[in-house]
Design a protein around this ligand. Structure first.
Ligand SMILES: C[S@@+](CC[C@H](N)C(=O)[O-])C[C@H]1O[C@@H](n2cnc3c(N)ncnc32)[C@H](O)[C@@H]1O
Length: 616
């Protein structure tokens, strides 16, 4: 991941037959790969081998292109993806203040304060197919010739996705359809309750890595006469529905393509990350153990709460995870930090000598929870491909903007976002100012809709001067009675009528640094997030939690004792395990060289980051 130039990557065409068609289907033959920016490292034992595991923030289309341009073509042993399901629902990630219970709804909003929209899963059918088609084409290029791809889906799209997979991988490379049957507590209210997902499995050749799996089964024992004591010891006792004791024989069986022994993540499970659609670790354990060998590379480019990476890490596999949502990246990073620290703790207890040698990377091969991780695997790095910093607020900002302005959303239109009075509305993503490129796209769309005569309201945060000139010229040509499709711009940052509400006042922290010889002390004295406070104030009249302690707004704290200004190396991470635990706020760092640049990163409960550093 060291290349710092953009590069063109080529993609092999799909195999072809059978073939699904949709409006706007286009092949993906090549793509520009952007250079990755290395932003964070977690390497608590200083292995220096930070490149084994990678967590990448960005749109997976671009991230996969970047991986292709950086030596990963044909190198991924297992791909598991759990993409949005086209379920027509907004997924919400629940976040709350630390140490404070009780949630209240904000008036006029559909979500409680503590909920942030993680991603929007509303697609027009054709867009969804094109979206998945492009990702599958890229993933196939990355998959090793003896690797497997598992695509997790449900009844909403499994038949479409199977056709897409046949087209991209070839129908002869279909390996399995797995039915994962679980028990959900609420199902749909008509017809049979839906209680299963499907995993579609494809390979690139007939020869792929696969290990058969056996699981224990209990079969009821036929009670013929007396049961001998000796025999009883091998049997399991259980009560039947009538309350009678029944003896079972414990045997085992080979796992087939119907998995009924793995349950969904329960509300109090240790692995729970408060992430909607989080998959159970047991499911990923079966996938990974059956189709990889130790140290193989596992890729999940819809990482969500990080389940795939967490299990790969626990099983001694290398992993690459990616997500477009910053909240998902932060959740995954915290989850993996905890797992790695636990692993180090276990190794230190079992084999302390491994950490006292100088070349521990090659020495550490001893048994550990039935796996052999190398020290190099006890670390990971976080990258960004393109700048999606604003993404965490994007979906939310669009919703707020629509409500604020009074836009009526139209989720069936694949291009325009809704209507405002008589006008059609196009919302420009808030991560860049409105530019002529955006306007050209609208123009192209209008050319394809010759009967459309409504004026267009373009909503953006701000605009480039060139865009202003473009619109003046466009509107000049549309003077008079027959004028159609005139453009009007609502610039949310400065608009007289609508402006102001999206002004973002960044969170701030007050941190005290002091030094006595080689020891540096850090004390966080205060932290304030105007966004969190404003959200709480909007709850006026409803149960309003009071913030007495700044720490309830802070999710976690990380410290880099020698920050160079670019990559944040996490030397200390304070990530409270339970929701009601608070960060410590006071830290003592040993052996810090004089004049080091010590940096403290605070992440608040809405995912906003504050970085404070001092040369000391
Ligand atoms: C169903 S969730 C995955 C849940 C995950 N399996 C788990 O156990 O937590 C899908 C994830 O895909 C991410 N996503 C959606 N579109 C994406 C894109 N274009 N690039 C990268 N990630 C994307 C969403 O942000 C979301 O976190």
């Amino acid at each position: 991941m060291s290349k710092n130039k953009t590069e063109k990557v080529t993609i092999t065409p799909a195999k072809g037959r059978p073939m699904l068609h949709w409006v706007g289907k286009r092949p993906l033959t090549n793509l520009i790969a952007f250079p990755p920016q290395h932003i964070e490292t977690f390497d608590p034992v200083n292995s220096g081998q930070i490149y084994n595991n990678r967590l990448i923030h960005g749109d997976n289309k671009e991230v996969l292109a970047t991986l292709l341009a950086n030596g990963y073509r044909g190198k991924i042993n297992l791909i598991y993806i759990d993409p949005p399901f086209d379920s027509g629902a907004d997924y919400v990630r629940k976040v709350s203040l630390r140490g404070i219970t009780g949630e209240a709804k904000i008036e006029g909003e559909n979500y409680t304060f503590g909920e942030q929209i993680q991603y929007t899963d509303i697609w027009a059918n054709d867009n969804y197919l094109q979206f998945m088609y492009e990702r599958l084409l890229l993933l196939k290029e990355l998959l090793a010739s003896n690797g497997l791809l598992f695509l997790h889906c449900d009844t909403a799209k499994n038949y479409h996705l199977r056709c897409l997979l046949d087209e991209v991988f070839g129908a002869n490379n279909f390996a399995n359809e797995i039915i994962w049957k679980y028990t959900k507590f609420a199902g749909k209210n008509s017809g049979f309750p839906s209680n299963h997902d499907t995993l579609l499995v494809y390979s690139k050749s007939n020869e792929y890595v696969f290990h058969k799996t056996r699981i224990p089964v209990n079969t009821p024992r036929k009670q013929t006469g007396r049961v001998w004591d000796k025999e009883l010891k091998k049997a399991v006792q259980k009560k039947d529905e009538q309350g009678n004791l029944v003896y079972y024989d414990q045997t085992d069986k080979e796992v087939d393509d119907t998995w009924t022994d793995i349950q969904i993540v329960n509300p109090v499970a240790y692995e729970r990350q408060e992430f909607p659609t989080q998959k159970p670790e047991g499911l990923l354990e079966r996938v990974i153990l059956s189709s990889t060998n130790p140290e193989n590379i596992v890729l999940d480019c819809f990482i969500g709460s990080g389940t795939t990476a967490a299990v790969a890490q626990k099983l001694g596999r290398r992993w690459i995870g990616c997500d477009i949502n910053k909240g998902a990246i932060q959740t995954t990073s915290k989850r993996l930090q905890r797992i790695i620290l636990d692993q180090i703790d276990t190794i230190q207890k079992k084999q302390p000598e491994l950490f006292s040698t100088n070349d521990c990377e090659t020495e550490l091969l001893g048994p550990f929870n039935d796996i052999d991780p190398k020290v190099g695997a006890l670390s990971f790095s976080v990258y960004r491909v393109n700048d999606y910093d604003l993404q965490i607020q994007h979906n939310e900002a669009v919703n707020l903007a629509c409500e604020h302005i009074g836009i009526e959303r139209k989720k069936t239109d694949t291009f325009f976002d809704g209507t405002l009075g008589k006008n059609l509305v196009k919302i420009i993503p808030f991560n860049h100012p409105l530019s002529p490129v955006d306007l050209e796209e609208i123009k192209k769309e209008l050319e394809a809709r010759p009967d459309e005569d409504r004026a267009i309201s373009v909503v953006c945060l701000g605009m480039e001067l060139a865009a202003k000139a473009w619109i003046e010229e466009w509107n000049r040509l549309r003077k008079g009675q027959s004028a159609v499709n005139k453009f009007e711009v609502i610039e949310l940052r400065s608009d007289n009528k609508y402006g102001g509400f999206l002004k973002h006042e960044p969170a701030k922290a007050k941190v005290k640094f002091s030094r006595i010889k080689d020891i540096v002390k850090i004390e966080i004295e205060d932290f304030i997030s105007p966004t969190i406070i404003t959200r709480l104030q909007q709850q006026a009249g409803l149960l309003q939690p009071k913030i007495d302690d700044w720490r309830s707004m802070v999710d976690c704290v990380m410290i880099d004792t020698n920050y160079g200004g670019k990559v944040f190396n996490i030397s200390v991470s304070d990530v409270p395990e339970k929701k009601n635990d608070l960060v410590n706020g006071k830290y003592e760092l040993q052996d810090v060289k004089k004049d080091s640049n010590v940096a403290v990163k605070l992440i608040d409960m809405l995912g906003e980051e504050v970085l404070i550093s001092k040369q000391i």
